[in-house]
Design a protein around this ligand. Structure first.
Ligand code: KIV
Length: 268
C-alpha cells in the first residue's frame, strides 16, 4: 500500500481526480478511514466541539492536539495526516508556530500542519515551510475567528470579500503552502481559486469544484448532538454500518455526487 504524499495529491490534481478527506481524532476511526481508502485524515481542532463538547474550537490546547494526532497516526498506514495548530499556538510569532508544529510532527507524527488566516499569516507560513514543515492554509470561515466573524457565517459572498480571499490564497501559495482548506464560501469563488492555484484545495461547504472535500466525521455519521451545518450530509442514513457510510462518502466525492446543490452556497 503506497502512502499518500504531497506529490500524490499534486498528481491527482493534475489528472483532475477528486480527493477525499475526513476528520478523525482517535486510533479506531483513523484505522477504519485508512482501510476504507481515504486520501487524507485531518486531526481538526473541531475536536474541541465534537469530542470535548465546547461551543467553539478556542479552548483546544497544543497538548490536546498532540495527544489526538498521536492516537490517529498509530492507526494510519496510507492516508496523509494533517494536524490543526490550535488557537494561540501560531498567531503570536513564527517562532511560536515552529515550536507547536514541531511538537505535532515529532510527538504526534503529523505530516502536514494546518493554520487559519490570510495574508497576515504569510510570514509564518514561509517560516515553517523554509524549515521543512508542510503547511495547509485555511480561508473563508475560519472557526478560530468565530467571534470576529460574528458567528459561523458564509464568507466571500460579496465581490470585495471574495477578492480578498482570492488574493490571500495567492499570497499563501507564494509563501509556500501546499494545501488550502476553503470553508463555507460560494461555489463560484472556490471554483475560481481552485483553477488559479497549484495548491490542492480542500472544500467544506465550498461546492463541488475543489480538488478535495472534507467533512467533520461526527457530522457525516450523524452522531454530533448539536445541529450540523447545511453543507454537511449524514452518510449513515441508508448505510448498513459505519464502514459503508465512509465508503459511500468516498464514492460520492470521487464521482462528484457530493457536495450537491443543497450543500453549497452562491455569490450575492
Ligand atoms: O477543525 C476541523 O475539523 C477543520 C476542518 C473540518 C476543515 O478545520
Amino acid at each position: 500500500m503506497k502512502p499518500v504524499t504531497l506529490n500524490t495529491l499534486k498528481d491527482l490534481k493534475r489528472r483532475g481526480e477528486k480527493m477525499t478527506c475526513l476528520t478523525a481524532y482517535d486510533y479506531s476511526f483513523a484505522s477504519l478511514l485508512d482501510r476504507a481508502g481515504i486520501d487524507m485524515i485531518m486531526v481538526g481542532d473541531s475536536l474541541g466541539m465534537v469530542i470535548q463538547g465546547h461551543e467553539t474550537t478556542l479552548p483546544v490546547s497544543v497538548a490536546d492536539m498532540v495527544y489526538h494526532t498521536r492516537c490517529v497516526t498509530r492507526g494510519v498506514q496510507r492516508a496523509l495526516v494533517i494536524a490543526d495548530m490550535p488557537f494561540m499556538s501560531y498567531q503570536e510569532s513564527p517562532q511560536r508556530a515552529l515550536a507547536c508544529a514541531g511538537r505535532l510532527m515529532q510527538k504526534g507524527g503529523a505530516q502536514v500542519v494546518k493554520l487559519e488566516g490570510g495574508e497576515a499569516m504569510a510570514e509564518t507560513v514561509r517560516f515553517l515551510v523554509e524549515r521543512g514543515i508542510p503547511v495547509c492554509a485555511h480561508l473563508g470561515l475560519t472557526p478560530q475567528s468565530v467571534h470576529q466573524l460574528g458567528g459561523y457565517r458564509v464568507q466571500g459572498k460579496e465581490a470585495t470579500s471574495a477578492e480578498r480571499i482570492q488574493h490571500d490564497a495567492k499570497i499563501l501559495q507564494q509563501a509556500g503552502a501546499s494545501l488550502l482548506v476553503l470553508e463555507a464560501v460560494p461555489t463560484e469563488l472556490a471554483k475560481a481559486i481552485t483553477a488559479d492555484v497549484s495548491m490542492t484545495t480542500i472544500g467544506i461547504g465550498a461546492g463541488p469544484h475543489c480538488d478535495a472535500q472534507v467533512l467533520v466525521l461526527h457530522d457525516m455519521l450523524g452522531v454530533y448532538p448539536r445541529p450540523s451545518p447545511k453543507f454537511s450530509k449524514n452518510f449513515m442514513s441508508g448505510a448498513t454500518d459505519i464502514e459503508a457510510a465512509i465508503k459511500a462518502y468516498i464514492v460520492a466525492v470521487k464521482t462528484g455526487t457530493f457536495p450537491g446543490a443543497e450543500h453549497s452556497f452562491h455569490s450575492a
